[in-house]
Design a protein around this ligand. Structure first.
Ligand code: SF4
Ligand code: SF4
Length: 328
């Protein structure tokens, strides 16, 4: 096993003093049997969430480390138009299958690397938020794993933070371009862009739309990009056809692999699936991950080191696991 970096990491007293009385895992519904909508936890307006002072600590740390040198500090102008186009007064007509093909072509022509469709579900929408549109088009953009593998951002090397921001910006431009493409045809469309969480949690929607499966590190794994991916989405009333979820063998693979849990400095990644809001799934201890994540401007070790994320590996691995399953 490779040596865990920052194995002796301990959160500083400044961060510890900012933790609220309530655990982030409680807010997330860890151990809860009942299905319910997710609660806003992080990457929301910091003045409205229990961990808001920690989110502000992240911002202050980012400002200290970046000093204008990163994509993050120049995010606003790289995320596409501030306002979406008005919805055209006349609705263009097509059938759902036709629209689905055209929407995907439009997304791929506007910077998306992946696109999938799911019927919108209320249990993806944060408590207290609303999404009125019945369909969600999920957009994925691949990240350069070699940049992520340069390690958690630090003042002397902000490569991985820059790559994350660059791809969030690309995903934002792609989703706004797709929303405008739909609105110009007379249908409503709303762009949902990261890194702020907004109204909905996009990973379950991406899984439903056939992008991949949840990995032990709590991020989605895709059969082209592994976990080296950022997401955005468009919700719309344009009639569409849903894609189907896929099994690319991630679950079985994660049962035998420990790369992310061994490499995570604060050992935040559970070895087994946990019950979260009525569903057993891979889970990351929010309270353990957050301080290191904050101190390193986004960490990302688990994503960068996941075997699926290594360049060229995911397609080969998915094909190999598929052959193995077919032989059983
Ligand atoms: S992002 Fe969080 S869970 Fe992943 S390696 Fe870093 S501290 Fe661990
Ligand atoms: S590093 Fe291994 S255990 Fe962790 S998510 Fe990737 S494949 Fe699964």
């Amino acid at each position: 096993m490779r040596k865990r970096i920052d194995a002796d990491y301990r959160p500083g007293s400044e961060q510890l003093a900012l933790f609220p009385a309530v655990s982030g895992n409680t807010i997330n519904g860890l151990g809860e049997r009942r299905r319910r909508r997710p609660s806003a936890l992080y990457w929301h307006d910091p003045d409205t969430i229990a961990h808001g002072r920690l989110q502000k600590y992240f911002y202050a740390n980012a400002a200290r480390m970046e000093t204008g040198r990163t994509e993050t500090s120049q995010m606003a102008e790289r995320r596409g138009p501030a306002e979406l186009d008005p919805v055209a007064p006349v609705r263009e007509q097509d059938n759902p299958a036709g629209w689905s093909v055209r929407v995907k072509e439009a997304a791929l022509a506007h910077e998306a690397d992946l696109v999938g469709i799911a019927a919108m579900r209320e249990d993806w929408v944060f408590e207290g938020h609303q999404v009125a549109e019945p369909w969600i088009v999920v957009i994925g953009v691949g990240m350069d794993q070699r940049e992520l593998a340069k390690g958690p951002p630090r003042p002397e090397d902000l490569s991985s933070a820059n790559e994350v921001s660059r791809q969030y910006n690309r995903a934002a431009r792609a989703s706004k371009a797709l929303a405008n493409w739909i609105r110009n045809r007379g249908w409503n469309a709303v762009a949902h862009t990261g890194p702020m969480a907004g109204h909905l949690t996009v990973i379950p929607a991406a899984i439903a739309a056939g992008f991949g499966q949840l990995g032990k590190h709590g991020s989605m794994i895709n059969d082209t990009w592994g976990a080296s991916l950022r997401l955005a989405s468009v919700t719309t009333d344009l009639p569409l056809v849903a894609d189907a979820p896929v099994d690319i063998g991630v679950d079985d693979f994660c049962l035998r692999c420990r790369v992310c849990s061994d490499r995570c400095p604060p050992q935040a990644i559970y070895a087994d699936k946990q019950l979260v809001r009525g569903e057993y799934k891979w889970y990351v201890d929010f309270d353990k991950c957050l301080p290191y994540f904050n101190d390193t401007l986004g960490c990302g070790i688990c994503i960068a080191e996941c075997p699926w994320s290594l360049p060229g590996v995911a397609p080969r691995l998915a094909a190999k696991l598929e052959r193995r399953r077919a032989a059983i």
